[in-house]
Design a protein around this ligand. Structure first.
Ligand code: DQA
Length: 146
């Protein structure tokens, strides 16, 4: 199985950005740790980060031909990007929505996800572990379909 992790705007600043909310780990170290775990499970995983909506959409489109599933932290786009929602709906591979923070316990605007209805599921609030939890969710989902 091959998975792609997409991180959206401002997630390149993890480790520096509001560490009380998002933790002390950099995106690179989170990715490296996940890569190691995935390799030990015999799985392939790639990573992409973009601060732009178009970049995320282009990557979702190309992922449909190369990966079995996507793990997506769309950052603030989660709350208002109908274009990203449409891109997820347009591709047939499952997309798991993740958030490091518990978006339901924060500002009102973070409680609404416009992408959630077209995602396979959502995992939020467990810090960097959400990525591994989402990978496991994809493994179980795709396994059930085989
Ligand atoms: C986030 C939550 C979003 O509301 C926020 O805009 C982010 C990060 C998270 O991982 O908790 O940039 O997606």
């Amino acid at each position: 199985m091959k998975f792609l992790v997409i991180n959206g705007p401002n997630l390149n600043l993890l480790g520096e950005r509001e560490p009380d909310v998002y933790g002390d780990d950099s995106l690179q170290s989170i990715n490296d740790e996940l890569l190691g775990t995935m390799k030990s499970m015999g799985l392939d995983i790639s990573f992409f980060q973009s601060n732009s909506e178009g970049g995320i959409i282009d990557r979702l489109h190309s992922a449909r031909l190369k990966y079995d599933g996507v793990i997506l932290n769309a950052g603030a786009y989660t709350h208002y990007s109908y274009a990203i929602r449409d891109a997820i709906a347009a591709i047939k591979i499952p997309v798991v929505e993740v958030h490091l923070s518990n978006v339901n316990s924060r500002d009102e605007f973070r409680k609404n996800s416009v992408i959630a209805p077209v995602c396979a599921g959502t995992i939020a609030g467990f810090g960097k572990h959400v990525y591994l939890l989402a990978a496991n969710a994809l493994i179980y989902m795709l396994g059930d379909n085989q």
